[in-house]
Design a protein around this ligand. Structure first.
Ligand code: FEO
Length: 398
């Protein structure tokens, strides 16, 4: 992708990674990702905002050289994580005169994670401005969006907000500006769920602050640039609110169809109440666990209830179900009801283990587990009808 101007004197110099399939060995990235970096040419000074994943350093350097960048006054580091600052050491070798600029939170983590000492940085405090001439960057700390060090900078002349990971998406692109396509919004939701959801109280405050700031553009560290910020701001205000949808997510795994029969019955009965039901089969193919668990994360950003359905294996939860439950809990979703259903062979401790895996569902009422020995019979399925009726009544009252 060539270098692109996103505004007068401001160029996108990031790189695309369309083939990336997973992030953090955890999150599926079906659309790849991008590592965004921006070059600002002020009338007095130049500044580079963030760098890129070290795997792409050579492409990145070539982009800067093609742009005619032979010196950089400031390299602004908004976040320590390696996908943004991993190229810094090599970049400094090519631009030895560049002054590193960051908040003290970034500088502290750079020492431990990148072995760059704190005294290498010009430290900026909250609200301080870095003057470039015709552009000036105001520093705003946004701790735990999603690391302690994340920082935004706002250029008041162009009214562009460089927001670090906040408002990002794992989405590799050929057109730099985001549209309101379903695909782009789905990528932003997945990113929010996996990266920002555990920190919703803080992220909500930041979204409100940005809405007040009313930037002309939001240039995040991943994914396309939001040149209509209302698209993403509206979504963040919705996702960080207490409101949930009248929907039920059912992540399930079934070895011999007994649990699957239970899921089918539960789904039909819940749907008969007008609820939206999303079933995610964690065990259909070798890739299902990571892919479907990834979808569950997005579902949990808005779903009112989640029912995990899984058989007992060696006395406890099937490992695929356990993985999804553990990951879901770590993201601390706002889901209001959590349940466990499933079949077991001859004895089970699944309920105790499941509870210990899911302490993060703090806002959720825990429904009594519904466990069936062997193949469910009609009486068992009728119990599922009652279970669904009771859940629907509660959910519809919200
Ligand atoms: Fe994209 Fe937290 O790094």
């Amino acid at each position: 992708m060539p270098t692109i101007s996103i505004s007068k004197n401001i160029q996108y110099v990031g790189v695309q990674h369309p083939d990336r399939k997973m992030f953090d060995c955890l999150m599926p990235t079906p659309h790849g990702t991008s590592y965004n970096s921006y070059f600002i040419r002020g009338s007095k000074k130049t500044a580079l905002i963030d760098t890129v994943d070290p795997e792409f350093f050579d492409v990145y350097l070539a982009k800067l050289k093609n742009l005619g960048v032979d010196s950089i006054d400031y390299i602004v580091v908004l976040h320590t994580e390696q996908d943004h600052s991993g190229s810094l050491a090599r970049l400094r070798g090519h631009f030895p005169g560049a002054q590193l600029v960051a908040t003290s939170n970034v500088a502290k983590l750079m020492r431990t994670h990148m072995h760059i000492q704190e005294d290498a940085f010009l430290i900026m405090n909250e609200g301080e401005e870095l003057d470039l001439g015709d552009h000036s960057l105001t520093f705003m700390k946004i701790p735990f969006a999603h690391w302690p060090d994340n920082t935004m900078v706002f250029d008041k002349e162009s009214r562009i907000l460089f927001s670090s990971d906040l408002f990002g998406s794992h989405y590799s692109f050929t057109r730099v500006f985001a549209t309101d396509s379903y695909e782009i919004k789905a990528a932003a939701l997945a990113y929010f769920a996996e990266i920002m959801m555990p920190f919703v109280p803080q992220v909500r405050k930041y979204a409100e602050k940005v809405a007040e700031l009313s930037p002309r553009m939001i240039a995040s560290a991943h994914g396309p640039v939001w040149n209509d910020p209302s698209l993403i701001l509206k979504k963040y205000l919705e996702w960080t609110s207490d409101r949930v949808n009248k929907s039920v997510v059912i992540p399930y795994v079934s070895m011999h169809e007994s649990t699957c029969l239970m899921v089918d019955r539960l789904t039909c009965r819940l749907a008969s109440h007008g609820l939206s039901v999303i079933c995610r089969n964690l065990g259909e193919s070798p890739d299902s666990l990571s892919t479907e668990a990834g979808h569950v994360m997005s579902d949990l950003a808005t779903a009112g209830a989640v029912i995990f359905a899984m058989p007992t294996v060696l006395g406890g939860p099937h490992p695929a179900g356990a993985y999804c439950a553990l990951l879901s809990s770590a993201l601390r979703p706002k889901t209001r009801f959590i349940g466990l259903v499933g079949s077991y062979g001859w004895g089970t401790k699944i309920a105790e283990v499941f509870d210990s895996l899911t302490p993060g569902f703090k806002k959720a009422e825990r429904l009594p587990p519904l466990l069936v020995e062997g193949l469910p019979d009609e009486k068992d399925l009728e119990k599922l009808d009652t279970y669904a009726d009771e859940l629907a009544e509660k959910l519809l009252k919200l």
